[in-house]
Design a protein around this ligand. Structure first.
Ligand code: ATP
Length: 569
């Protein structure tokens, strides 16, 4: 398939905000793709070259891109920069400059999707001496062969700024429309496709299976150990009564530990550990692999667990902040493991010794956990639980949980299956406090006076579908001295490479950094596009374990706004 076909599709997608229309456009494209191209096209449509859970990336920063464009069009870097200042969009810059150049020169080589895709992936493989120059050269070559609008999308893909606005829902529906006759007949089909995606986190694989075998083809999609699957998510309840209503009576209550979620896979003596974003963190947490090998019985398994940090001296649990720095750590891993150790609390099991546990009721899954996971304090253990039909007992357990430094309780429906990727209420959280929000930083303002070296005030946004909507600005919570915790300096260093534009003293940043934000109240406000503003917001911590697709939704903000009105009355 020509890359120009894909570029036309991006253009069409940009022109419409209608979900049905987008589905139609994408499904037409999928029909044209060969089996080999399907996987590439599915990723490229999302603006990716690797699946979301794969940590590899092109590794090309704005400055490198500016140079590559300059090479490709033979224009000085200052001119490219000037054009960038004007449009604020490097995709457009590429397009404009290539368009001017193309008028002056003649033929170009036709690009096809496979070639663009493999060259983009080569960017990740280039390392060592002179790698920057070789990357620039590779991009410049691609751009030289590109038409103006192809250049726009190649640039955006390299910089991971696709922005054509298609989400997982559209991709799923497009697969159904492309490969299943009379797709409207059955909502269940869309659900099945979604389930297959939640098992594999790979639309390419799902599309291929359905293309070759119709909806029956989906049955060939199996959970596979070593490939992360989407985790089941929790709904929130405000009272114990509501908990029983939703989870059934009796229900299981567990400590809600303030750690971070890990999915542990074991196969052929190999252990792999994934975060809730399905990122591989096996290296960062050597002790988790060790405990899973030594203290869990089974040739192969997939476990769902919370890794909670504790103080190595007092053995007391520590909040998430204290261990969050381990998640992306590339060096000093052993030292970090001794300084900030974690205890693994296993609360679910998805696979064990050849048996898929997903459809088993939770009570059976829990029985299995208790059979296979040894109770080793400050290493690994089944999560702390009670099963009861009594409100008072839950209240008592809640108090105990809080005293032990936990966030609250989780309530679990004893009869429910495991639903990957779904927030269906088989698992409920009960915290009793104002819920913090996880928000993306979309803009950052340079400070004044002694803060002038730092980006010190951050505009934060929640998510509505694929859109980001601003809900306020936050500038408290960070420290001026790095030894006191997450500092302005550290945040500035993280934000700087993400800058994609400027508005006076404000830098527009690629939304990648997720922070947890506390506040006194949510108010209605015309200032921000969400229609809400946070009163007295403060940064609680960085959420290294969350990506932009995991930030709080507009619905959550509305829900919390309505709930606070209720409690005030
Ligand atoms: P999300 O709802 O998107 O997961 P979050 O990460 O902020 O948001 P909460 O919603 O507050 O987390 O609570 C759900 C999380 O609680 C789980 O994802 C898991 O990481 C954690 N957790 C801690 N203890 C348990 C437990 N015993 N059972 C299930 N989850 C637990």
């Amino acid at each position: 398939m020509r890359y120009s076909t894909l570029a036309e599709v991006y253009e069409e997608l940009e022109k419409t905000s209608k979900r049905l229309e987008k589905t139609r456009i994408v499904s037409k494209l999928l029909k044209k793709a060969s089996d080999e191209e399907l996987q590439m096209v599915m990723l490229l449509l999302e603006g990716r070259i690797y699946p979301a859970w794969d940590r590899r990336e092109a590794g090309v920063a704005t400055q490198m891109m500016l140079k590559a464009i300059s090479h490709a069009v033979g224009t000085g870097i200052n001119d490219v920069q000037a054009e960038w200042k004007m449009t604020g969009d490097l995709g457009k810059v590429s397009e404009n400059l290539i368009s001017k150049k193309k008028q002056a020169t003649l033929r170009r080589e036709e690009l096809d999707v496979a070639k663009v895709f493999s060259n983009l992936r080569r960017l990740n493989e280039i390392s060592g001496n002179g790698s920057v120059d070789r990357k620039i050269q590779l991009i410049a070559e691609l751009l030289s062969s590109a038409s103006p609008n192809e250049a726009r999308y190649i640039t955006r893909t390299v910089l991971q700024q696709m922005r054509v606005g298609i989400g997982a829902g559209t991709l799923r529906d497009a697969i159904v429309h492309a490969f299943i006759e009379e797709p409207n007949q059955n909502r269940r089909i869309a659900e099945q496709v979604q389930e297959a995606y939640d098992l594999t986190s790979d639309f390419g694989e799902v599309a291929k299976a359905i293309k070759s075998g119709g909806i029956k083809g989906i049955e060939s999609i199996k959970l596979s150990i070593g490939n992360p699957i989407k985790v089941m998510l929790a709904l929130k309840v405000d009272t114990i009564e509501e908990g029983f209503e939703k989870a059934g009576r009796p229900m299981q209550a567990e400590y809600k530990m303030d750690g971070f979620r890990v999915q542990i896979h074991k196969k052929d003596e190999d252990i792999t550990v994934f975060t809730r974003r399905l990122e591989n963190v096996t290296k960062q947490f050597p002790e988790i692999a060790e405990y899973a090998k030594k203290h869990v019985n089974g040739e192969e398994f997939i476990l769902d667990a919370e890794a909670a940090g504790y103080d190595p001296k007092s053995k007391k649990y520590l909040p998430f902040q204290s261990i969050s720095q381990r998640i992306k750590r590339k060096y000093d891993i052993e030292r970090m493991a001794t300084q900030f150790p974690v205890e693994v609390n296993v609360f679910d099991v998805i696979w064990h010794n050849g048996k898929n546990m997903i459809s088993e009721p939770f009570r059976n899954r829990r029985k299995l956990i208790e059979r296979i996971v040894e109770d080793r304090e400050r290493k690994i253990r089944p999560s702390k639980k009670i099963v009861t039909d009594n409100d008072k007992e839950i209240e008592e357990f809640f108090r105990e949980a809080k005293e032990m430094g936990n966030e609250g309780l989780m309530f679990k429906n004893l009869d429910a299956p495991y639903k990957p990727g779904a927030r269906v209420g088989h698992m409920l959280k009960y915290k009793k406090t104002m819920e913090n929000l996880d928000l993306a930083i979309v803009k950052a303002e340079w400070g004044e006076g002694k803060r002038s070296m730092w980006l010190s005030s951050y505009t934060i946004a929640c998510r509505k579908g694929n859109k980001l909507l601003e809900v306020g600005k936050v500038s408290t919570g960070l420290k001026e001295k790095p030894e006191e915790g997450l500092s302005f300096d550290e945040m500035t260093k993280m934000l700087k490479p993400l800058i994609i534009g400027e508005e006076g003293k404000t830098a527009i940043v690629k939304p990648e950094i997720v922070i947890e934000v506390g506040y006194e109240e949510i108010q209605k406000s015309p200032t921000y596009e969400s229609g809400f503003a946070l009163r007295f917001p403060r940064i609680i911590t960085m959420r290294q374990d969350k990506g932009i697709e995991d930030i709080s939704s507009m619905e959550m903000v509305e829900q919390y706004y309505n709930e606070q009105k209720k409690t005030k009355k």
